[in-house]
Design a protein around this ligand. Sequence first.
Ligand SMILES: [Fe+2]
Ligand SMILES: [Fe+2]
Length: 293
Amino acid sequence: MISPPVTPPLRRRDIVFDFSAKIPLHWLGGHCHRTRFYDAMSIMFPEGERAFIESVQHYRGRIRGDASLDRTVKEFIAQEALHGREHVRYNRHLREQGAPVERLERRVAGQQAFARRYLAPAVRLSITVCLEHFTAMFAEEMLSEPRSLDGAHPSMADIWLWHALEETEHKAVAFDVFQAVIAGSFRRYALRCSAMLFVTPIFFSLLWRMTFELIRHDGRATDLRGWGALLHDRLVGNGSLVRMLPQWCAWFRPGFHPLQRDSRALIERFNQRFNERFDGGGDSADRRSDADS
Ligand SMILES: [Fe+2]
Ligand SMILES: [Fe+2]
């Protein structure tokens, strides 16, 4: 039997991004609708990252015997915690610009509270595994088609590419935990496939509702040209949902594993970009140690 590929050591890039007042409200080329799609995702992230960490952490005791997986999980948690921290700062910046962030955050928190209260740990882990597949799909599209960020303010492009890089790096970690702790191959398959069918409409309806509310708050809900551009981007353009469809379908293959799709070249390319940009103390972001000193 061929053993599944293994996640290489994960790198912890403790970067503090610049969300200063000089960033324009519509930081993606001055385009309200395109900007607000990303901003809505950012508002979802802090609660989402916390739920990912909790659902994996719950099973930590069961994987202690696998030192390699346990170490990778520790690195995964460190990366997700940093993502959560930076998206909290991003969202604070949105709030300072007047966006109705608290109301939207409460909606995401309400969903998470429901999941914590009513869903079994195995179901929550299967949802995490599905959402990690989503973030990996988005991330790979963003890294392979960086034109989707054309016109972005450099600080905002940085945080999205940094997050995409790390999501691509750790795309298999939650999946490997799921494989290790959920007994029975048929049960695992049934659980992850049904979770994907459950999660997909909920995730996209929440994301688009939040995007709409941010755009409405900007007074642009009836701007059909803006909507047309966003829908074109998201349905057929660079980084679009249609381009992600084959990866979404791949999830339903019985032998699916996230690392069957080789992303090492992409990771290497963006790793170099961040090494060059940040290891020397870049102009739009700094390491935490620099910021704290
Ligand atoms: Fe993340
Ligand atoms: Fe992740």
